[in-house]
Each structure stands twice: as C-alpha cells, then as structure tokens.
Design a protein around this ligand. Sequence first.
Ligand code: FMN
Length: 276
Amino acid sequence: MTTSTSEQQSLLDARYQDGSAPRVSQWSPILESLLAHHSVRKYLPKALPGGTLELLVAAAQSAATSSNLQTWSVVAIEDPARKAMFAGLCNNQKHVADCPLFLIWLADLGRAACLGQERDAVIDAIDYSDIFLASIVDAALAAQNAVATAESLGLGSVYIGGIRNHIETVAAELKLPPMVTPVFGLCIGYPDPTETASVKPRLPQAAVLHHDVYSWPQQKPAIEAYDKTLKAYFDGQGMQTGGWTKSVISRLRGIEQLTGREGLKASFRKFGFKMK
Ligand SMILES: Cc1cc2nc3c(=O)[nH]c(=O)nc-3n(C[C@H](O)[C@H](O)[C@H](O)COP(=O)(O)O)c2cc1C
C-alpha cells in the first residue's frame, strides 16, 4: 500500500485532475485500490490462477442484497468459441473475445418464482417494478464487489452493457428460465501493459454531492470545469472530443444511440417481468 500522504493525495488528485480533490484525511487499502480503477480493454493471453472465479463470486456474494433475497446470478464464459460468439453479439467488442473470463451478470427473480410455484404460494409482489429494480441493483452491487476484488488482485476489467444489444439472443444462448435477464457483461483478465488507458477523471464533487437538498445551480460551474478536464484527458490519450457535456447530449440524442436496446421493455416482458 502507498504510505506517504503525498502519494495518497496524488491518487485522489488523479480521480479529478482539476485540483478539486478532497484532502487526504484517512486512508485504507480498499480506497487506494478503488481510486486506481480504470476500465481495461486489452488483455494478456494469460489464464487466471485456479480458484479466481470462485473468489470473485465469494466477493460478489458478500455484497448487501435487498431483503437477503439474493436475486442475482452470474454465468461464467471461458470457452474461446463462446466468448467470440458473445463478442459478436456485443457489437464486436474484441476484449470480450480476448479476456480469459467473461461474466454475464443476471437479475434473477426466477429462483424465487420457482420456490413460489413449487409450494403453490402466492408471491404477487414479484411482479412489481420495485422487486425488478431490486434484482438489478443486487446484480450491480455483486458485480462491483467482483470488480473491486479483481483489481485488488492485479486484474483488470470492463463492464459490457453491449450484452443488452441482442438481449433475447443472449438469454437464449444462456438457456435462461423465465424471470431471469442479463444485465451486463464483465471482462476480466490481466491488463496488457501496452494499453495506454489510465484513470479517467470524474465530475468535481460539487456536481454530485449535495447537502440537505439537491441543487442544479451548484453543478453548473463544476460541469463547465469538467468539460475542460475531460477534454484535456482525452487529448492526452490522442482522442479528439468536444467535452463531457457534448458527449452526454450526443449519447442521449436519439433512439439510434441505443444500439438495439430500445426494445428492452418488451424483452423484459417476454422474459416474464411484469413491471407493474
Ligand atoms: C453498466 C456499464 C456498461 C458498460 N458497457 C461498456 C461496453 O459495452 N463497452 C465498453 O468498452 N465499456 C463499457 N463500460 C465502461 C465505461 O465506458 C467506463 O466505465 C466509463 O467510460 C468510465 O471509465 P473508467 O471505467 O475507465 O473509469 C460500461 C460501464 C458500465 C458501468
């Protein structure tokens, strides 16, 4: 672990890259590891040590879960042909094929539905949006625990929302039962040191941290500053961008930005989620 306060402050500064980082007041190995997070999209062709998958799942299962319902599951894909097939379904994202371990995280109300059915029990609440939302939150919390653990073990990762581009095909490939849906994928592997990606700055805290009540005006100067910070970051990566504001607006411009995911609600209904 980093020992000197100035090294710790450098890690905090790297998360914002605009001088707005909070001062170091306390420190922990977990904080240090979280601050160093960046997505990894280039992997060494190196297998993970035996038992890694099971440790990551133990970490995932250590996350809090709504009412202890544990409404998530994960499918591990290690077979190269299947990884290549899923890469194709995720808009040909090469890292999906190249990583040694591809995890597909599922919101899983199917387990509870089966328990209810087998007992002829009334479980009407399962059809409400709150429970559907809870299962997605559960899956996300579990996955993020796995990500944090992978990074603490020297591995890299990147989430793959692209798994929702062809969600029904993915569900069929995974032989998912009713009331189970993919939420996102996750590539895990050893980062290729030739990859240039580094810690990507985030919005200044003034944009995301509110006290007592939410405020939009307090965010405006922070966002203006962040437009410049992010542009400088991408310039450093040799990528031309127009700043964060432009990228947010462009990403949300229209249905074409959803790359096939615009029909998600209908797919969820087909999977048996009523979302009342
Ligand atoms: C739910 C989710 C889905 C994502 N989907 C993709 C994806 O399909 N492909 C990809 O390259 N990155 C994907 N990302 C990674 C984000 O682009 C990345 O986290 C973000 O740009 C911030 O960069 P950083 O993780 O390096 O800090 C996804 C991230 C999340 C949380």
